[in-house]
Design a protein around this ligand. Structure first.
Ligand code: ATP
Ligand code: MG
Length: 296
């Protein structure tokens, strides 16, 4: 279908990001709900425009992926910005979900469903030579059906050659893998896809603990403290001693290997006991229950 901005009415703000604001909108004729992400593209700033076209290019390439937020159209706005019409993920981001629940940890059984679906999303984009580079709870979206999808390809990249080092500093540095700080020690050009696995592992650890796991709660992250925690901090699994099952701890350890070459691949992680061993309908039910539970 052809879409125009005037076909939609604005309902509410769904979220804010660096790039702009995301609104929930309703298509007037069909009453269908969508998310509309307005990306500011200052006419004077060519790099901002390049970035939004890159995001559109990636979303088009990922079309048809079950675990990537669906993209419908890129529409020009009267003010010269670009509006991306996206599938409405009405459960919001997993980051917002954590905050809504007062940072109550998400139970392991529900996290198995999150991990499985996020890994399927990564498998889908990686098979199309796309790296996300900004995996974090704020960019994992959920809907009322409990489906988890990857969103925000604002800093994603299509690898044109098989061994593109992908060395630029993009994405949120809190979730950046050790090899992106120090490629020589941690094997940066070994596997550009492994950086997404690190970020997913860290996101999963955050969802399990309720807060960002590498720094003291409430501290302001600065680049140096993060770099030290990421590259020189104790082994990731150690923080889980006594609070998690062996399967979950093992899974996190496989994702958070500092040397990228030792990290498990997405395909391997999909058959890890934490993911493959969980009863699928049961873990998906646990996730939907967490989503709808208002008991606190
Ligand atoms: P960032 O600061 O991560 O670079 P951004 O400006 O690139 O952000 P997004 O991450 O795409 O923007 O969106 C910002 C927030 O808006 C998300 O964290 C989420 O809460 C909400 N959001 C984005 N897309 C959707 C969607 N399709 N459905 C529902 N909510 C969404
Ligand atoms: Mg984002």
């Amino acid at each position: 279908a052809e879409f125009r901005l005037s076909d939609f009415e604005q309902l509410r703000v769904l979220g804010h990001g660096n790039g702009g604001t995301v609104y929930e909108v309703r298509h007037r004729r069909t009453a269908a709900l969508y998310a509309l992400k307005i990306v500011r593209t200052d006419a004077a700033d060519a790099s901002l425009r390049r970035q939004v076209y890159r995001e559109v290019d990636i979303l088009r390439r990922a079309a048809g992926s079950d675990h990537v937020v669906r993209f419908h159209a890129a529409l020009p706005t009267p003010s010269g910005d670009v509006a991306l019409l996206l599938e409405n993920m009405n459960g919001g981001s997993l980051d917002a979900l954590l905050r809504r629940r007062g940072r109550r940890p998400i139970p392991e059984l529900a996290l198995a469903a999150v991990a499985r679906q996020a890994l399927l999303g990564l498998a889908e984009i990686h098979s199309r030579q796309i790296v996300h580079r900004d995996i974090k709870p704020a960019n994992l979206l959920i809907n009322a059906a409990g489906e988890v999808k990857l969103a925000d390809f604002g800093v994603g990249k299509v690898l044109r050659r098989s061994l593109d080092p992908c060395d630029s500093y993009v994405g949120t540095c809190a979730y950046m893998s050790p090899e992106r700080f120090d490629p020589v020690t941690y094997g940066g050009d070994y596997d550009p896809y492994a950086a997404d696995v690190w970020s997913l592992g860290l996101a999963m650890l955050e969802l399990h603990r309720g807060h960002f796991p590498l720094l003291p709660e409430g501290s302001r992250p600065d680049w140096m403290a993060l770099m030290v925690a990421i590259c020189f901090g104790e082994a990731a699994g150690a923080v889980l001693e006594g609070t998690a099952s062996g399967e979950f701890r093992g899974f996190i350890e496989c994702c958070l290997q500092k040397e990228s070459g030792k990290r498990w691949s997405v395909a391997e992680l999909l058959s890890h006991p934490f993911v493959a061993g969980a009863d699928r309908p049961e873990s998906e039910r646990a996730l939907r229950d967490f989503l709808t539970d208002n008991s606190d």
